[in-house]
Design a protein around this ligand. Structure first.
Ligand SMILES: Nc1ncnc2c1ncn2[C@@H]1O[C@H](COP(=O)(O)OP(=O)(O)OP(=O)(O)O)[C@@H](O)[C@H]1O
Ligand SMILES: [Mg+2]
Length: 495
């Protein structure tokens, strides 16, 4: 059972409501039962006073203990009875301090019944103060009794049973309990219905908030059209205030997202424009540098080397500018070509190139068996960009591992995907890079110092290209240490 603090609001409200109804019903029931009992007892007491008055004023023969009693000759009733008293009324008469005591009553069937000694003693013990006193006449039950001493010194005690009062009050309490339980059930059912109805707007708001939380808000242009429905935004109600506050919040977030997207687009456009503009002057620098380097005779000593450096740095800068331009375009969501591309063929070409560039490494290819007239693992995409994926991964495997490292390129079909794995048994990805591996300008220290011309854009481009093809790339440890890059791309449907 969960603790109340973890109950739903709905449950808590219903429990509070039902408890309140229960407390109020109990209170009302107790007060009215007590009041009923009080007034019934008062009625009995009034009757008792009257009955006692009659007993005192009754004719002498009706009061004389010697005329009646268990030993006396029984006269026909009501000859020796106090007239005007209800059945069950006990009368006790005693003349002065004499032992002769008469104590009897007429029962429901009209029979005269006599009290035993213990009962007589109990009645005689009632003080003669004209007040009503409760007495217990075992086994007859509870009675209200009043005792009066007449001017002649006689004692007349009258008692009335309270059984009727008790049974009436008991019946009343039972009825009240039954009605109370029914009222509680009704309150619970109605409360549940009502609370559920009142809280429905909150449910709808929660649903709206949940839908918003599932929207991809972190990148690109986001249309945040979700809003709480008009009917749930009435500021006159508390729930409506929450609804309208939520709508305001969503409005702000939508504005902020639009502003963010605009500024991102501007930056992206700026990078794209700048990269584009840099291409032409860079091409000129390279061209002129090459031209001058080709005529070494007109150059002073050392200038040839300097020109060579200018040329190579310009080439590096061109590559960097191309990378930045490509990333800016991919960021802008520029649609790529979507033609069938055989990844097996790309792998063969890429490994061939890598082998030429890094003869000190061992390059292995692992391709699926294909029939002569069948194609290899096909994906729909931009061949030029996919070649770049292979090139970047293989360049990394060549540049960031020592000579002699074995690099395996595997292409295979996995379900509806084509998987490309580039595995090396080199030193592995440095720990500090692991989390930001695919982010821009992430590169290992050693890549920076070695002067490999590394910029840290290679894997960011691979990630962006794979993403633009609806694929995924992950990096992990290879089977024998080293590094494995796994690229998954949706396979092209074969015709
Ligand atoms: N196969 C690998 N083995 C070990 N470390 C690697 C491997 N591939 C990448 N890395 C590490 O990840 C870093 C980021 O790689 P990334 O290709 O993004 O940039 P880069 O190679 O340094 O520069 P760029 O590719 O832009 O010329 C590298 O600097 C290197 O430290
Ligand atoms: Mg690289």
């Amino acid at each position: 059972m969960r603790t109340p603090s973890r109950w739903t609001l709905r449950r808590r409200l219903v429990v509070v409501l039902v408890s309140l109804v229960a407390v109020v019903a109990l209170g009302m029931g107790a007060v009215s039962a007590l009041a009923l009992r009080g007034s019934l007892v008062r009625q009995v007491d009034d009757q008792l006073h009257a009955a006692n008055q009659r007993a005192v004023n009754a004719p002498a023969w009706a009061r004389d203990p010697s005329t009646d009693g268990p030993g006396a000759i029984d006269r026909p009733s009501p000859g020796n009875r106090v007239p005007g008293q209800a059945a069950g009324t006990i009368n006790l008469f005693r003349q002065g301090d004499e032992d002769a005591v008469r104590a009897d009553y007429i029962d429901e069937s009209g029979e005269r019944q006599y009290l035993d000694d213990a009962q007589v003693d109990t009645l005689l013990a009632v003080p003669s103060d004209g007040e009503v006193h409760p007495v217990d006449l075992d086994p007859l039950g509870h009675y209200r009794a009043i005792s009066t001493t007449t001017s002649s010194g006689a004692t007349a005690v009258t008692a009335l049973p309270t059984a009727a009062v008790t049974s009436t009050v008991t019946r009343f309490v039972v009825v009240e309990l039954v009605v109370g339980v029914l009222a509680l059930l009704a309150a619970a059912a109605l409360g549940l219905l009502l609370v559920r109805r009142e809280l429905r707007p909150l449910d709808r708001m929660a649903a709206t908030a949940t839908r918003v939380s599932k929207l991809p808000l972190d990148r690109g242009e986001v249309v945040l059209a979700e809003r709480v429905a008009e009917r749930d935004t009435d500021p006159a109600t508390e729930v409506g205030q929450v609804g309208s506050a939520l709508n305001e919040l969503l409005g702000h977030v939508a504005e902020a997202l639009t502003a963010r997207h605009e500024s991102e687009s501007q930056v992206r456009q700026f990078v794209a424009d700048a990269s584009h503009e840099l291409r032409t002057p860079l091409a000129s620098i390279r061209g002129y540098a090459e031209l001058v380097r080709r005529s070494p005779e007109v150059l002073p000593d050392g200038a040839v080397t300097a020109m060579g450096r200018i040329e190579s740095e310009a080439a590096r800068m061109t590559a960097l500018v191309e990378d930045m331009l490509l990333l800016a375009r991919l960021d802008a969501g520029r649609t790529l070509e979507a033609a069938p591309v055989d990844l097996g063929m790309l792998a063969i070409d890429a490994v061939g190139d890598a082998h030429a560039a890094g003869p000190d490494h061992e390059w292995l290819l692992d391709l699926p068996e294909v029939d002569e007239d069948d194609d290899g693992p096909l994906v729909l995409g931009d061949e030029h960009r996919l070649r770049q994926v292979f090139a970047n991964l293989l360049t990394n495997a060549r540049l960031h591992t020592p000579a002699g490292t074995t690099v395996t390129v595997q292409v295979r079909s996995v379900g509806t995907d084509v998987e490309v794995r580039v595995t090396d048994d080199g030193p592995g990805i440095p720990d500090e890079l692991r989390d930001s591996l695919f982010q821009r300008f992430t590169r290992g220290d050693e890549s920076r110092t070695r002067g490999t011309g590394s910029t840290g854009l290679g894997l960011a481009i691979v990630d962006a290209v794979v993403g633009a093809h609806d694929g995924r790339i992950t990096a992990g440890a290879g089977p024998r240490g080293g590094t494995t890059f796994t690229v998954r791309l949706p396979a092209a449907a074969r015709t």
